[in-house]
Design a protein around this ligand. Structure first.
Ligand SMILES: C[S@@+](CC[C@H](N)C(=O)[O-])C[C@H]1O[C@@H](n2cnc3c(N)ncnc32)[C@H](O)[C@@H]1O
Length: 491
């Protein structure tokens, strides 16, 4: 496991947990590696830093993450000849495919030479190291935090044996240094385990292109061969796991919506020009928004992209790409702008209308992580003065905003997460510890308020949450304008 170059300041180089930079102590020699404790520093020194530190001391900057992964391999197996270890040697390397892209291959050879040079290995090892780089390109995982931000490169030969499917039955979960393969559903003995290498909520052509370019194969899973829409894939995936989540989601309504979207999608495919044009224009605007320097400019482009998707909106096919991505980016822009009440409303809409279809299993880590974000946003909204809340969510009726019990809703969601978290992220993980911390915090607030939450009444609470999510479009269209030097939201 190698820490991503960009997060070296905020992640412990040994346990890989993210911390405030002030909580991490730098290695006094190289000033690159940082640790959250002496225990981690000692463990990393023994594992790799003893050999890596002198390299980092001599270099003017930190080499790219793959180069560091390569020289760390050479440092850990200094006595090996020009052959890879048995585990790595058996993995796909796609060297023939990689060589077809001469520019990419030349860069790979350069990176391998640098790794051999930095680790003072024999020059004869360059060929083996370039092959190892090919193996890593196909087999290494991007280690992430629960919010999906990258923290490192993980090369684990046993996990690398798992093939891809766009409707996977398992997933890889990172918790600091620990990595595990977890099932999304019951897998019979003898059945193949599949994970998704990519964002499988994207459309088939984008998925196929990405898999071909990065992994050199054409995916022939059922979702690809049948070109299933998210609604068909949802129905194929079966019912949502029975659990307390039923209080939050109306399973019958979800199923009915999916059923009625199937003929709608067929109808849409007859007007392919109209939908393709809308989708292409929205995707172009989305790309432009990613290049926008100012937040307001970014939001303006995303709003335009959202308007382009009006045909999707008319047919209520919110789970169909690129709709979920556009909404997700709008939500993230609101977070970046510290418009957290607006972010909550958009996120609720995404949760109820996109996520449930794109990740049908309620124990999917993406779904559970979303619930966690919703809890945090609910707690923030609960802390706002009622007048400020009404102002920041101008299109939402005051009556609904004042009726909602944000803390009790957060409380019930945490109760649900205590059931889902051990299945999605695993018992004993940092994520579960965070959920428990939230529970202690919310229970204390409830005690002070004298509120006793009854799960049976939760259905009512969630109806209000669903009602709030229905104002997402009005909230998105709300303009932020400059008024006498002050910014204000107007409907
Ligand atoms: C991480 S490896 C998976 C293990 C690999 N099958 C092996 O035996 O070493 C990734 C490579 O496996 C192959 N692969 C993975 N999933 C596949 C799929 N669904 N269909 C065809 N090939 C696949 C591709 O060659 C891909 O580059």
């Amino acid at each position: 496991m190698v820490v991503e170059k960009d997060v070296l300041d905020s992640v412990c180089s040994y346990c890989l947990l993210d911390k405030e930079p002030s909580e991490l102590k730098r290695c006094v020699a190289c000033k690159v590696a940082r640790y959250c404790s002496l225990v981690c520093q000692k463990a990393d020194w023994k594992l790799i830093h003893k050999s890596e530190c002198p390299i980092l001391c001599k270099l003017p900057g930190v080499p790219p993450t793959p180069t560091r992964a390569l020289y760390q391999y050479l440092l850990r197996y200094p006595k090996a000849g020009n052959e890879l270890d048995a585990w790595s040697a058996g993995l796909e390397h796609h060297v023939t495919d990689l060589k077809k892209d001469t520019k990419r291959w030349d860069e790979m050879v350069l990176q391998s030479r640098a790794a051999v040079d930095f680790s003072k290995s024999a020059p004869s090892k360059v060929e083996m190291v370039t092959r190892l780089l090919g193996i890593m390109a196909t087999n290494a995982f991007r280690a992430t935090l629960p919010d999906d931000s990258p923290i490192g490169l993980c090369f684990e030969p046993a996990l690398a044996l798992v093939n891809h499917s766009c409707s996977p039955n398992a997933f890889v979960m990172f918790d600091g240094r620990k990595v595990s393969l977890r099932a999304l559903e019951h897998i019979e003995k003898g059945d193949e385990v599949f994970i998704s290498y990519i964002d499988s909520t994207q459309g088939r052509e984008i998925r196929r292109k990405e898999l071909q370019q990065r992994y050199f194969f054409q995916c022939n899973c059922e979702k690809c061969t049948q070109d299933y829409s998210p609604y068909q894939a949802f129905q194929r995936a079966g019912l949502i796991n029975p659990s307390k989540i039923d209080a939050l989601l109306d399973r019958q309504a979800l199923d009915d919506h999916a059923t009625t979207r199937i003929p709608t999608m067929r109808q849409m495919s007859e007007d392919i020009e109209g939908f393709d044009r809308a989708s292409c224009k929205a995707s172009l605007l989305l790309d432009c928004s990613r290049g926008a320097e100012l937040q307001d400019e970014r939001l303006k482009l995303l709003r335009e992209a959202h308007v382009e998707l009006t045909p999707f909106r008319t047919h209520e096919v919110f789970a169909v790409p690129p709709y979920p991505t556009i909404l997700d980016e709008i939500y993230l822009t609101f977070v970046d702008n510290e418009r957290l009440a607006a972010a909550l409303v958009v996120l609720l809409f995404i949760f109820f209308n996109c996520d449930v279809y794109n990740w049908p299993k309620s124990t999917h880590p993406a779904r559970v992580t979303r619930l966690f974000t919703i809890v945090r946003l609910l707690k923030y909204v609960a802390s706002l003065e009622p007048t400020v809340l009404v102002e920041s969510l101008a299109p939402v009726p005051k009556e609904l905003l004042s009726r909602l019990d944000y803390i009790s809703t957060a409380h019930v969601l945490i109760t649900i997460m205590l059931e889902l978290g051990p299945l999605s992220h695993g018992e004993g993980t940092t994520f579960m510890a965070q959920i428990r911390e939230e529970m202690v915090d919310v229970e204390e607030v409830q005690r002070l308020r004298g509120v006793n939450v009854d799960m049976l009444k939760a259905g009512g609470t969630f109806n209000d949450l669903r009602s709030l999510s229905k104002y997402a479009f009005d909230v998105i269209e709300m303009q932020k304008v400059q008024k006498n030097g002050h910014t204000a939201d107007i409907a």
